[in-house]
Design a protein. Structure first.
Length: 306
């Protein structure tokens, strides 16, 4: 285990370094300049050049990249060009909102997907199986933006039950959670159903029935344990995606999280914020993938970590 963790640590460092380099390079290649975003439309080229000098964008790209990399090693993510605030404080301000949204989404999605997947996988060809597949197909076919706008139109505009946009209490989080949890639950349902269906055809399941064990115990104690491995893998990736910020959903509902910060920073060419957001997203995915590998080895000890 220790050897595996050390190996993954160095692999993660390489991945993060590549992410930092790619983010830095792609942002510089993209058209547009933060200096022009800060100045009026009729600004002259001399004014733009002076603003670039003030922002430090006139320096050679290798120098800018080296300064940013050394800043990361010191725990300094730099200053936001647009907001004129430390990037770390901007991100820290948005993290709680994204974390709350992600936690609620994962809980609701699991409560829907896992029971449906178990029932569908153990009753293949039945009406409940057809219903679960229809539920999953519709969820994976819907665009997140379309579903969010549909929910706003129905529950906020027509019925007036819930607020359409904003960040706040329970009423504000219901529609964003539904928008994100439904596609997530749809994907998990299909994975859980497939895993349960494959597991139920194994010989040891037949042996458990021969011992007189009840259907409920067979489904939950024996079959679902092995079917849980692909579910845990997909759930881990989903959690990482949610924690790194759901850009579309947060923009549709005006939710002040990491996703909306990323979107606005990209459009305004706020280089330090975008680079730091991509770095944090990569870090979250690396950590979640490591935890998923460990959990899968606990579920099935035959899956060694070496």
């Amino acid at each position: 285990m220790i050897v595996y963790l050390i190996k993954r640590f160095f692999q993660s460092l390489i991945v993060l370094l590549i992410v930092v380099f790619c983010a830095f390079a792609l942002l510089r290649i993209a058209p547009g300049s933060p200096a022009r975003m800060l100045l009026p439309d009729d600004a002259t080229e001399e004014q733009v050049l002076n603003m670039e000098i003030q922002l430090g964008l006139h320096r050679p790209l290798p120098v800018q990249f080296f300064d940013y990399l050394t800043g990361i090693l010191k725990g300094d993510l730099g200053m936001s060009i647009i907001y004129n605030r430390p990037v770390s404080s901007l991100i820290a301000q948005r993290i709680p909102n994204t974390a709350i949204l992600a936690l609620c989404t994962v809980v609701v999605g699991c409560l829907l997907a896992i029971p449906l997947g178990i029932v569908a996988g153990t009753h293949r060809g039945s009406f409940i199986d057809f219903f679960c597949l229809l539920f999953a197909l519709l969820g994976q076919s819907m665009s997140g933006m379309w579903l969010g706008i549909l929910l706003i139109y129905g529950f906020a505009v027509n019925l007036g039950w819930l607020p359409a946009m904003g960040t706040g209490g329970i009423k504000y989080i219901i529609l964003p959670v539904i928008t994100m949890a439904y596609p997530m639950a749809a994907g998990l349902t299909r994975v859980a159903r497939s895993g349960m269906a494959d597991t139920m055809s194994e010989d040891y399941i037949t042996a458990t029935y021969a011992k007189g064990i009840s259907n409920f115990q067979v489904y939950t104690k024996y079959a679902f344990r092995n079917a849980l491995i692909p579910v845990a893998t997909m759930l881990g990736l989903t959690i990482a995606f949610q924690l790194s910020g759901a850009v579309v959903t947060e923009n549709v509902f005006g939710w002040a999280g990491l996703g909306s910060l990323m979107s606005s920073s990209v459009s305004l060419r706020d280089y330090p914020v975008v680079q730091s957001m991509l770095l944090i997203s990569a870090f979250v995915f690396v950590i979640i993938n490591l935890l998923v590998d460990i959990v899968n080895s606990i579920i099935d000890p035959r899956l060694t970590l070496y």
